[in-house]
Design a protein around this ligand. Structure first.
Ligand code: ATP
Ligand code: MG
Length: 333
C-alpha cells in the first residue's frame, strides 16, 4: 500500500471569504475535523490584495486552531491563474516541459517570462500518440508573495493547487463525499460542475473519473447583486440583503451566455458524451431560485450540490476547500 497522509489541512482564499478545512482519515472513513469560514475584512482582495492584512488574518486563524507550522494546501486567490487545455504528442518528460512552455508562449496573451508554467496530464491516448494536458501559468511574484504570507502566518504552504482539480476530486465518480454524482457519474455521461463564487465562476466537465474540460468565467455572485442593484435602482448593500432574503431576481446575461457557450463548446469540440446535468457549488449556489432559473435557461437539469448525510449539511461555499483537502489526502499532492 502506498504511503498516505492521515490528515490534511486546506485553505481557499476566496474573494468574499476565506475557508479553512481539515480532513482526517480514520478507519478508512473521512472525518471533517475543521470547517471554518472567515468573512474577509473589507477590501482584503479587492481591487488589490492587501498582503499585510491577509497575513494577520491567517495568523489569528492559526492561533485559534493551533495550526502553527502545519503544512497546508491552497490555491491562488481569485482567477489569477491562466489555464489552457493543450494536446501534445507523446514525448519524454524533459522535452515535454520545453514544449509546454513554448505552447504557453503562443497561447497565453501575456508574457510568460515572469510566470511559472506547470502542467498536469489529464489523459494519455497512446494509440493516437496524443496526450491531453492542462497547462497553467501564474505570476512568479504572486506565488512568491503567497509563500511569504503563509510563512508570516506560521503555516507551511505545501502546494498551490488548481480549483478545477479540487472540484474534480469531489465529483469524480465513486467519491462518497457528495450525493449528486451518484446517478450520472458512472454511466458515461458528463457532469458539469459550476462553482459560483463572488467574482468568478469555475466550471468543470467531468465524465466518470476523468476531467474533460475546465474554464473560468469572469462573473460570479457580485454580478448577480449588481443586476439587482441596477434593475431596482438601489445601492449594493440593499441589493445584497434583498438577494439573501428573497432570492433570485435575474441571472446576469454574461453568466448565462458564458455557461451556454461553454456547454456548446464542450459538445462540439471536446465531449464524446452528452452533458447530463449541472451541479452548482460555491456560496452563490445558496441563492434561492438559482437552480430552477438556470435549468430553464440552459435546458438542462440543474441542482445544488448535496453532501452525503454522513458529513451533514455543509454550506456549498466549502466545496473547493474540501476538494483541496481531499486532493492532499488521496492524491498525496
Ligand atoms: N444564502 C445566500 N443567498 C444568496 N447568496 C449567497 C448566500 N450565501 C452566500 N451567498 C453569496 O455567495 C457569494 C460568495 O460565495 P463564495 O464564498 O463561494 O465566494 P468566494 O469563494 O469568496 O469568491 P471567489 O471564488 O469568486 O473568489 C457572495 O456573492 C454571497 O453574496
Ligand atoms: Mg471561491
Amino acid at each position: 500500500m502506498s504511503w498516505m497522509l492521515k490528515r490534511a489541512l486546506a485553505l481557499d482564499l476566496g474573494t468574499d471569504s476565506i475557508k479553512l478545512a481539515e480532513l482526517s482519515l480514520r478507519n478508512n472513513e473521512f472525518e471533517i475535523s475543521i470547517l471554518h469560514k472567515i468573512p474577509n475584512p473589507q477590501g482584503l482582495f479587492f481591487p488589490e490584495p492587501d498582503y499585510e492584512v491577509l497575513a494577520k488574518t491567517l495568523q489569528h486563524m492559526v492561533e485559534e486552531y493551533g495550526l502553527k507550522n502545519r503544512k497546508i494546501i491552497s490555491t491562488v486567490w481569485g482567477n489569477n491563474v491562466i489555464t489552457r487545455h493543450v494536446e501534445m504528442p507523446q514525448m519524454p518528460e524533459k522535452e515535454l516541459k520545453k514544449a509546454v512552455r513554448w505552447e504557453a508562449k503562443k497561447n497565453i496573451p501575456v508574457s510568460v517570462s515572469d510566470m511559472l508554467v506547470e502542467f498536469v496530464s489529464l489523459e494519455n491516448r497512446v494509440k493516437e500518440n496524443k496526450q491531453h494536458l492542462l497547462v497553467t501559468a501564474v505570476s512568479t511574484e504572486l506565488v512568491y508573495r503567497f509563500f511569504e504570507v503563509f510563512k508570516k502566518a506560521g503555516l507551511r504552504l505545501a502546494v498551490l493547487d488548481l480549483k478545477p482539480l479540487a472540484l474534480w476530486r469531489l465529483f469524480s465518480a465513486g467519491n462518497k463525499f457528495v450525493e449528486s454524482n451518484r446517478e450520472g457519474g458512472n454511466s458515461g455521461e458528463t457532469l458539469v460542475v459550476a462553482d459560483i463564487g463572488a467574482l468568478s465562476t469555475h466550471i468543470l466537465f467531468v465524465a466518470g473519473k476523468s476531467v474533460k474540460y475546465t474554464r473560468v468565467l469572469p462573473v460570479g455572485g457580485w454580478g448577480i447583486t449588481e443586476e439587482i442593484q441596477q434593475t431596482l435602482g438601489i445601492d449594493a448593500q440593499a441589493a445584497s440583503v434583498l438577494k439573501h432574503q428573497q432570492g433570485l431576481i435575474k441571472v446576469p446575461e454574461e453568466l448565462l451566455k458564458e455557461l451556454l457557450l461553454s456547454i456548446e463548446f464542450y459538445h462540439s469540440k471536446v465531449g464524446d458524451s452528452k452533458v447530463s446535468k449541472m451541479i452548482l457549488t460555491g456560496g452563490e449556489s445558496n441563492l434561492i431560485g438559482l437552480p430552477e432559473t438556470l435549468s430553464s435557461e440552459l435546458k438542462l437539469p440543474v441542482e445544488s450540490v448535496r453532501f452525503n448525510d454522513s458529513v451533514g449539511g455543509i454550506d456549498p461555499a466549502f466545496s473547493i476547500v474540501l476538494g483541496l483537502a481531499l486532493r492532499r489526502l488521496m492524491d498525496n499532492v
